[in-house]
Ligand binder design. Structure first.
Ligand code: HEM
Length: 218
C-alpha cells in the first residue's frame, strides 16, 4: 500500500473530532513524518493490501509481540507513578497478552519463536513516558481500519486472531487525551515529542529484523 491513511481515511478520519490543542497537537505534528514512514515499512505495508496473506499478518504479530513483551514491564512500572499523581480514569490495557492470544489463534506458540530484543526508550521522566504512551494509544486508531480489513481478507475477528487490532476504545483514547491535557504547560513539550518520535523510529528499526530473508529490494 503506497499511501498514507493517517488523517485521510474516511472510516477513521478526523471529520468529527474537535480541533486538538496543546501537547496533543504538537505530538500530531511532530510524529506525522515518522508515522508515514512506519506505515510504509515493508512489514506493515501488506496489512491493508487486498492480497494480504496469513503469513504476512503472522509476521506483523510476531514483530509486535516481541516489541511489547520488552516494552510493557517497565512501561507499566512507570505508569503507576503517573496515574497515582493525577486524578485520572485512564487505564492502559497491556497488548502483549492480546498479541500472544492472536498468535495462538494462528497456530503459533510465542515462546518457541526467535526473539530480537528491541532498544528501549527511557521512561523514567514523565514527559518521555507520555510520549511513548501517545504512540501506543494512538496506534489503536489505525486498528479501526486494519481490523475490518483483516476480517474481509483473512476471515479473522476480535474472538479469533484480531484482539490486538481491535483494542481501540473511544473512552480510553478520550481518557488518555484528558490525562495529557492535565500536563499542558507543566512539562518540557520537546521532551514529550522527542520521546514519541524516538519510539516510532525504534519500532521501525525493530521491524527491520523481521523482513523475510528472501526479500530483495526493487
Ligand atoms: C499499516 C499501519 C498503520 C495504519 C494504516 C495506520 C493508520 C492510522 C490512521 C487512519 C490514523 C488516524 C488518523 C486520524 O484520525 O486523523 C492513525 C493515527 C495514529 N497512528 Fe497509525 N497506522 C498504522 C500504524 C501505526 C503504528 C505501528 C503506530 C505506532 C506504534 C501508529 C501510531 C499512530 C498514532 C500515534 C496516531 C495519532 C493519533 C492521534 O493523535 O489522533 N500507527 N494511524
Amino acid at each position: 500500500m503506497g499511501y498514507n491513511t493517517r488523517r485521510n481515511s474516511s472510516s477513521a478520519g478526523n471529520a468529527t473530532q474537535p480541533a486538538a490543542s496543546g501537547l496533543i497537537s504538537q505530538l500530531r505534528t511532530a510524529t506525522k513524518p515518522v508515522h508515514q514512514s512506519l506505515e510504509q515499512h515493508p512489514i506493515l505495508q501488506p496489512l491493508l493490501s487486498p492480497v494480504l496473506t496469513r503469513e504476512d499478518y503472522r509476521r506483523v504479530l510476531i514483530a509486535f509481540a516481541d516489541f511489547y513483551r520488552i516494552l510493557e514491564p517497565p512501561l507499566l512500572d512507570e505508569l503507576i507513578r503517573v496515574t497515582d499523581q493525577q486524578n485520572t480514569t485512564y487505564h492502559y490495557r497491556p497488548r502483549w497478552p492480546l498479541l500472544q492470544d492472536d498468535l495462538r489463534d494462528l497456530g503459533t506458540m510465542i515462546d518457541t519463536l526467535p526473539s530480537v530484543t528491541p532498544a528501549l526508550p527511557s521512561m523514567e521522566n514523565t514527559g518521555a513516558l507520555l510520549g511513548v504512551l501517545y504512540v501506543l494509544e494512538g496506534a489503536t486508531q489505525g486498528g479501526r481500519i486494519i481490523a475490518p480489513h483483516l476480517a474481509r481478507t483473512l476471515g479473522l475477528d476480535a474472538d479469533c486472531g484480531v484482539r490486538y487490532f481491535r483494542v481501540y476504545q473511544q473512552d480510553t483514547w478520550q481518557q488518555f487525551k484528558a490525562l495529557l491535557t492535565c500536563y499542558d504547560g507543566l512539562l518540557d513539550d520537546k521532551a514529550v515529542t522527542h520521546s514519541a518520535v524516538q519510539i516510532f523510529n525504534m519500532l521501525y528499526q525493530h521491524l527491520d529484523h523481521y523482513l523475510p530473508s528472501d526479500r530483495t529490494d526493487p
